[in-house]
Design a binder for this molecule. Structure first.
Ligand code: HBI
Ligand code: FE
Length: 291
């Protein structure tokens, strides 16, 4: 969920809380599942119980189906067990990491259908909020959607797009796609607006806020608008983008030639996240009009 170079936050591995000393060149470590203590498993169970109850009618059916298949309510999951489920479903595999990893390696993992999952769990005093991704955010938030074949292909394509964005100095533009879909995406369903972004579904406060609060903008999915829009890293989002279907991620992005867009917009300041642009429709009222 996190961008490494941002003002006032961790921007080198020495500021990060994970143990990077045993990491391989691709930043993977052993999960060492046996080393988790009972207090950590118990904390996971509490986080799982609270969040699974909240997402039951808030999250997209694809997310809920994935969560059910992962069967991870009993304690911090063993990535090897999840990999058996993922391998059969979409060919994705989890690799354990100490925490944030550099963009280059992060993209390389995604392009190879490997998802980096932080191995440590948040402490007792930070159940509601933490700055870095932990195993609850990474696993509960991200892994269920990797069981959906369409989303799984999109994530790989996102990773494959990283090299060009970095080479063209347009990483910010590509990262906003990830932020506003993978982390904070909303989707319409026959049953009304739903959430699927990992940053939302792993947060009790934002799950309610993203769907129900009148304050944020809710805009239709439009790749260039997203690539141009700044975002909040330390509070709930001011804008959410709403997909009509997950196919839209693949259709709207895989066919898109990012190069000319990077050239045209990479040096332009980001649009503020809290401003409706001329001609745009805020979907809030429509979604809240539903029963
Ligand atoms: N590393 N572990 C981890 N998790 C992330 O979500 C992550 C990362 N490194 C880079 C990164 N995200 C983002 O900067 C990219 O999506 C652009
Ligand atoms: Fe994330």
């Amino acid at each position: 969920m996190f961008v490494m170079d941002r003002p006032g936050s961790a921007n080198s591995s020495s500021d990060l809380r994970g143990d990077y000393s045993a990491a391989a060149a691709d930043f993977t470590v052993a999960q060492d599942w046996a080393s988790y203590g009972e207090a950590e498993h118990e904390r996971w169970r509490r986080l799982y119980a609270r969040q699974s109850a909240l997402v039951a009618d808030a999250a997209a059916p694809q997310f809920l189906a994935g969560l059910t298949r992962l069967d991870c309510s009993a304690g911090i999951p063993d990535f090897a067990e999840a990999n058996a489920v993922l391998g059969t479903a979409t060919g994705w595999q989890l690799v354990a990491v100490p925490g944030f990893i550099p963009e280059e390696q992060f993209f390389a993992h995604l392009a190879a259908r490997r998802f980096p999952v932080t191995r440590w769990l948040r402490a007792e005093h930070e159940l509601d909020y933490l700055v870095e991704p932990d195993v609850f955010h990474d696993f509960f938030g991200h892994v269920p959607m990797l069981l959906d074949p369409v989303f799984a292909d999109f994530m790989q394509a996102y990773g494959a797009a990283g090299e060009r964005a970095m080479a063209m100095g347009a990483l910010d533009m590509l990262a906003r796609i990830y932020w506003y879909t993978v982390e904070f995406g909303l989707i319409t369903s026959p049953d009304g607006l739903k959430v699927f972004g990992a940053g939302i579904v792993s947060s009790a406060g934002e799950t309610r806020y993203a769907l129900h609060d009148p304050a944020p903008l809710r805009l239709g999915f439009e790749p260039l608008r997203i690539m141009r829009t700044g975002y909040n890293i330390d509070r709930f989002q001011s804008s959410y983008f709403v997909l009509d279907s997950f196919e839209q991620l693949v259709d709207g992005l895989i066919g898109l030639d990012f190069g000319p867009l990077y050239l045209a917009w990479r040096d332009t300041p980001a649009l503020p996240a809290d401003q409706l642009q001329a001609g745009e429709i805020n979907l809030r009222n429509r979604s809240e009009a539903r029963p």
